[in-house]
Design a protein around this ligand. Sequence first.
Ligand SMILES: [Zn+2]
Length: 225
Amino acid sequence: MSSTVAMPPRAVIEHLVRQIVYRRLGKPLPKPAAAPHPLVVNISARHCHLTQAAVEALFGKGHQLTPKKMLYQDGQFAAEETITLIGPRSRVISNLRILGPCRSLNQVELAYTDAIALGFEIPMRLSGSIEGTPGAMLMGPAGFFEMKQGVIRAERHLHMHPDDAAYYGVKKGDYLKLKIGGPCGLTLERILARVDPSFKLELHIDTDEGNACNLQSDTPCELIV
Ligand SMILES: [Zn+2]
């Protein structure tokens, strides 16, 4: 029988080594540079992204999405408009929120609990990577729109500005962990780093993940690199 010894994370080892080196030199430990942006952790409830053509099929020719609430990422908004999603067994999710602005592909992001209620099996995918995923029928006040594919569970991810990535020492495509405190605390593994100059530091999990740890606005969260 083999056994493994859990090693502390690299950042912890580096910190310990630094402590020893500075103690030998008789110098105080330098304070780490402040993070460029505070960490924001948000729950993405089920929603969809649509093309302008899909919006027009569902809401009428020339229809433009109306922003209801601006989201944390610049330019992104929750629209006033919602649709009804009809799953493969004719079970429905009504009031599915559209997030704008319109995109070049149609995508529905559900939690696994939503998918089970609908009778779907959906894969976990990075947003935008929808090849071979199941489709669904969408219904709006002006008509139907058949999505051939695009129903996914979004892979948990961290939006990072390049300054944030440099501060945390990660690059696009790396995986991090998030330690969530509180009475239902847990650690989420495999959080994908997405780095872009247009991004603000924000971690997105879905409702299943958020409810599992009862994430509230004051729940302590710590990124582990
Ligand atoms: Zn996101």
